[in-house]
Design a protein around this ligand. Structure first.
Ligand code: HEM
Length: 203
């Protein structure tokens, strides 16, 4: 019988649940703020602003909890990249997602107690959690306290550059989220990975 592994401890599941809910609220209110006009208001502007600001602040605290939790519990070991042979491993995993998976082949990097993520998952989690999310938080906090933003950078308005960085990283996180949820459905059965994130156990 395959090994049963406890891969998602309770603190990680709580972080992940809160993070998911807040990011969905941030995306919906963020899109509404970006694209509302006087003629066509999606969510009432002041309500969208408050919801977006409160969720952003909660997300920042939750993110600090995630980083500390990773170091304290050792979950960070799953986020350490082995550069040697990385391109080959990514190629293998991509081939599996593009073709092998549909032919019923088995996954090239099965989960075990030392390998929670396949190479593509690992790279995408590192980039989203340690590049995109910090950037969206820092630029968001800067927009909340604009007095700290440098007035002009190379002739451009500092506020506009910060807003551009904020919406660009928000967009990249939205793309990550769609791909992330799709990839999570590739377990057998489809509900497998969602069940693991709910119970903590990888079956
Ligand atoms: C809101 C809908 C979401 C759903 C349904 C979802 C689903 C899942 C599932 C099933 C897993 C476990 C499978 C795996 O290890 O990949 C997982 C893990 C993970 N998810 Fe999500 N997710 C969501 C949102 C997010 C968001 C918004 C982020 C980050 C911006 C995120 C980041 C992560 C990370 C980093 C892990 C691995 C955690 C660890 O074990 O250290 N997820 N997610």
């Amino acid at each position: 019988m395959a090994e049963r592994l406890y891969l998602y401890p309770i603190w990680l599941r709580i972080w992940h649940g809160i993070n998911g809910i807040l990011i969905v609220i941030l995306i919906i209110t963020g899109l509404s703020l970006q694209y509302s006009s006087n003629e066509y208001i999606r969510i009432r502007f002041d309500l969208a602003v408050s919801l977006h600001n409160i969720s952003g602040i909660l997300l920042s605290f939750n993110y600090v909890f995630f980083v500390i939790g990773n170091f304290v519990t050792g979950n960070i070991r799953f986020y350490i990249l082995e550069w040697k042979g990385l391109a080959d491993r990514i190629f293998k995993q991509s081939l599996y997602y593009i073709s092998g998976m549909f032919k019923g082949e088995s996954t090239p990097f099965p989960v075990n107690k030392d390998r929670k993520f396949n190479p593509l998952q690992k790279v995408s989690y590192i980039i989203s959690m340690y590049v995109f999310v910090p950037l969206v938080i820092i630029s968001g906090l800067a927009l909340l306290f604009p007095e700290f933003i440098i007035h002009r950078v190379l002739g451009f308005s500092g506020i506009q550059l910060t807003a551009l960085l904020h919406s660009a990283t928000g967009f990249l996180i939205s793309v990550f989220l769609i791909i992330h949820i799709y990839i999570c459905t590739t377990g057998k059965p489809v509900s497998k990975n969602f069940k693991s994130m709910w119970t903590g156990w990888h079956e």
